[in-house]
Design a protein around this ligand. Structure first.
Ligand SMILES: Cc1ncc(COP(=O)(O)O)c(C=O)c1O
Length: 469
């Protein structure tokens, strides 16, 4: 592709993305294709000769696009969102154009130094303790794995990196914790049997006295507690674990405290949500995803640690070919995580924070929380719907309840969800809370306005009537 063609298609693609984003409401939120439909339309052998951009772009629109689930749709209420935003998309274009691989300071000093600065901006925005240092990871799952690995090393005096794990170490998290904790514990060598799932209270938050009991019981058995994971904003219902009490317990028992605030962390930029981070002085490591609620397109996960030395000691490697004369003066983020090669993710975060400003981001998050409270009110007022969990932020868990028995209710709500998503007008997902099938209305997409939430509620009521017949 020559420069002229690159420019021609570059302009065309920017136009296309802009039109896509502004016209996205016309598309079905959830892709309606059947399994195998997309691959069935693709040649099974790679082309021998290069094809024209015209043809490739045509196939993108005709073959690929129908198989896209539109995460940026304003009626996206599923999972948690993965928001992008125009400044973030433009920054990604620059990142791709520059094409830097930012493994060490020398391989792009600006990438390393911008990451350092932007992560400290984020620390200040959330109100995390001064002195915590940040690094961008791809996902919360990776950040949590880093935390589990560092906790493992701390608990064994950095011996397990050398000799492997000699005796079991124990991880504690609430029964509502995200599945990435189990995955991380398996990968980091703890073993899934060495995770203690601590019961939760009526708000689905961890009961700290039961955490302490579990730690003491393990100690009596000669087992070594190594890491406690607190969740701020559980995936099922955005329950907030009690940090101050959990932090006290961790300090008393000398256990690493990792905080998973993957979705909810962004809310801590609001003065009225700062309560979530009470007890933050106890945190050893903390992760939240700007790629969820902070308008920075996937992937971008912000990981903060109290003691960067422990993180580096866990991950550092010194192959000769990576040594530079500047290593004692600079940060080399290759030693702050698992991967060696690193994308220049700080650029899009910088663009987003500068473009919206802290106040602009606060306004968006505050708006989502307001819409969720409004939706919660409708559920509470309606005679056949039932609120299934508190709504501390912008996720509403609810179900249809016409007084049938529990087994029937689970089936009925499953049918309701399927019929809603089949319309292509909105997309919601489900969870179970204490064994009950529950619909999750996650209101956190950048473009979601009050009308979208109202329309969703009307559709939910209509479909509820249909499935109840
Ligand atoms: C509480 C929590 N932790 C971790 C994750 C995993 O995030 P990621 O996809 O960035 O690994 C999620 C995803 O929604 C989550 O809700």
């Amino acid at each position: 592709m020559d420069k002229t063609e690159f420019k021609e298609f570059g302009y065309k693609f920017v136009d296309w993305v802009s039109d896509y984003l502004s016209g996205i409401e016309k598309l079905p939120v959830l892709s309606q294709v059947k399994p195998g439909e997309i691959s069935g339309n693709l040649p099974q052998k790679p082309p021998g000769r290069g094809e024209s951009m015209e043809e490739i772009f045509r196939d993108f629109q005709e073959i690929i696009l129908p198989g896209i689930t539109h995460w940026q749709h304003p009626s996206w209420f599923a999972y948690f969102p993965a928001n992008n935003s125009p400044p973030s998309v433009l920054a990604e274009l620059l990142t791709a154009g520059i094409g830097s691989q930012c493994m060490i300071w020398q391989t792009s000093p600006a990438a390393e130094e911008l990451e350092e600065v932007v992560m400290d901006w984020l620390r200040q925005m959330l109100g995390l303790p001064e002195g915590m240092a940040g690094v961008i990871q791809d996902t919360a799952s990776t950040a949590t794995l880093c935390a589990l690995l560092t906790a493992r090393e701390k608990a064994t005096g950095f011996e397990s990196n050398r000799g492997g794990l000699k005796k079991p170490l124990i991880v504690y998290a609430s029964e509502e914790t995200h599945s990435s904790i189990e995955k991380g514990a398996k990968i980091a060598g703890y073993g899934s049997e060495n995770i203690r799932y601590i019961p939760t209270d009526e708000d689905f938050a961890m009961v700290p006295s039961l955490l302490e009991e579990a730690i003491e019981e393990d100690k009596k058995k000669g087992l070594q507690p190594a890491c406690v994971v607190a969740t701020l904003g559980t995936t099922s219902s955005t329950a907030i674990d009690p940090l101050p009490a959990m932090g006290d317990i961790c300090r008393r028992h000398d256990v690493w405290l990792h905080v998973d605030a993957a979705f909810a962390g962004t809310a801590a930029i609001l003065p009225e949500s700062k309560w979530m981070l009470e007890g933050a002085e106890h945190i050893d490591s903390f992760v939240f995803n700007p790629h969820k609620w902070m308008l920075t397109n996937f992937d971008c996960s912000a990981y903060f640690v109290k003691d960067p030395g422990a993180l580096i000691q866990t991950f550092e490697i010194h192959p000769e070919y990576l040594k530079t004369g500047k290593d004692s003066e600079v940060k080399n983020f290759r030693d702050w995580g698992i991967q060696l090669g690193r994308r220049f993710r700080a650029l899009k975060l910088w663009f987003v924070i500068r473009s919206y400003g802290v106040e602009g981001l606060q306004e968006i998050v505050r708006g989502h929380i307001r819409l969720a409270k409004m939706f919660k009110g409708w559920v509470e007022e309606h005679e056949t719907f039932e609120l299934m969990a508190p709504v501390p932020l912008s996720l509403v868990c609810f179900r249809l309840n016409g007084g049938r028995d529990e087994e029937d209710l689970n089936d009925l709500n499953r049918q309701l969800l399927e019929s809603l998503n089949r319309t292509g007008k909105i997309f919601l997902t489900h969870t179970t809370l204490r064994g009950k099938y529950v619909l999750r209305m996650a209101i956190a997409s950048r473009t979601t306005k009050e009308d979208h939430v109202k329309e969703a509620w009307e559709l939910i009521k209509k479909k509820a009537e249909e499935v109840s017949k």
